[in-house]
Design a protein around this ligand. Sequence first.
Ligand code: ING
Length: 309
Amino acid sequence: MSRILTVAAAQLGPIQKAETRADVVSRMIALMDEAKAKGADFIVYPELALTTFFPRWYHEDRAEADGWFEAAMPNPDVQPLFDKALDYGMGMSFGYAELTPEGRHFNSSIIVDKAGAIVGKYRKIHLPGHVEYDGSRSHQHLEKRYFEPGDLGFPVWRTMGGLIGMCICNDRRWPETYRVMGLQGVEMIVLGFNTPSVNAQKGGEGIAQRLFHHRLSVQAGAYQNSCWVVAVAKAGDEDGNHLMGGTLIVNPDGEIVAELEGEADGIIVVPCDLDATRFGKETIFDFARHRRIEHYGPITAQVGVVEPE
Ligand code: ING
């Protein structure tokens, strides 16, 4: 038995501050055209796919950053993308900055099914960086200034013929992210990321180390929860600030089955057999048979480290 979901991981190259959402949407549609030609059922775009990675810019008045947010989804800027996906009968997922009617700010992503319905929304839970301007850093990373932590948990949706979950960027570094979805039987996790190539606090850490940590995190998450992971970069030089690439697809054995070279717009397409998750879920990672939750209390009882006396 095999349930094939053919996924296109659609990397975006840099988006300059001066680019309009219309510019970006036309790039996203070009990638969707390519994905369609290669038989994709589902296309995954990066985190904050519609704009430059604006949390690198400090605004004393946070309201000045609201221009980077979407007050409605869909909206006239992205409608052409929704129309094209519907025309192609292709599902899609992309990240964007969400401004709610109540005035709340989230780093969000959605899943749109083949019938054009928004069937899932996720709001980024692990926000890296800081709230105030930090002169000690070579680059600002102000996600904690502009976004609230997500309030929707880590849901898994029955869509695209399987059990699909989402997370966003920094979330992929935290094992809890994958396990909460693993405990819902997730078969594929799709995520976007915008990862600076340099560590603003550790200049010596270069792109090779960052790519190593990226691959390590998503491969572990996939293997330990016997699921597919699709990780999609926004990459390249945005107004002098470099984001790494590393768009890739990992199978339920934790193996990278495809990785996109370079930092430009581009796609990789892989037919993912969702039933390839069954063996791991029924043997080594049969959670019901093997987990011993009586010993896991500290994972949710504590936030930080409590050392022994
Ligand atoms: N970016 C980075 C990420 O988690 C980061 C921030 C990089 C944190 C490297 C720690 C180490 O990939 C976002 N947008 O979360």
